[in-house]
Design a protein. Structure first.
Length: 145
């Protein structure tokens, strides 16, 4: 059995799932690869308790879809630490690794679509433009202004 990867489930919205799939398709990888790249970009920015507030805001929004991801063990090892920080600052105490994964991934996916695709291209040595189809606008239900 290969212990180099850990399987975790993330809770995301339909729009976030579609964006993740589009980024994976444009990148030529799978959604787990893209998720790992996103985590590597966002987790270092969450270095103290005050930086956790955006994660708590993300977790407060409903996310009806479950998506299973495979993460390299060293990346997955970072999630319980982030989950503990979330729990200390008012986040969910149950399943801290999955909650941290959901929050960090959703925070990353909230970025500009073109910037996310460009960052993936740069991360993997590409210098060309990555085309990511833009889905039709969907009005958020119950979104606060």
């Amino acid at each position: 059995m290969d212990c180099d990867e850990v399987m975790l489930t993330v809770r995301i919205t339909a729009a976030e799932r579609a964006l993740l799939r589009d980024l994976a398709r444009g990148h030529g990888g799978d959604v787990s690869d893209v998720a790992v790249d996103g985590l590597l970009e966002v987790i270092p920015a969450l270095h103290d308790d005050s930086s956790v507030l955006p994660l708590l805001r993300v977790l407060a929004r409903p996310a009806p879809f479950a998506l299973t991801l495979w993460l390299p063990a060293p990346v997955a090892d970072l999630l319980p630490l982030l989950g503990e920080r979330l729990a200390r600052t008012g986040g969910p105490a149950a399943g801290p690794a999955s909650a941290a994964l959901s929050a960090a991934l959703r925070l990353w996916l909230a970025g500009d679509r073109a910037a996310l695709a460009g960052a993936l291209a740069r991360l993997h040595g590409g210098c060309g433009d990555v085309v990511v189809a833009r889905p039709p606008a969907v009005e958020a239900v119950g979104a606060a202004a």
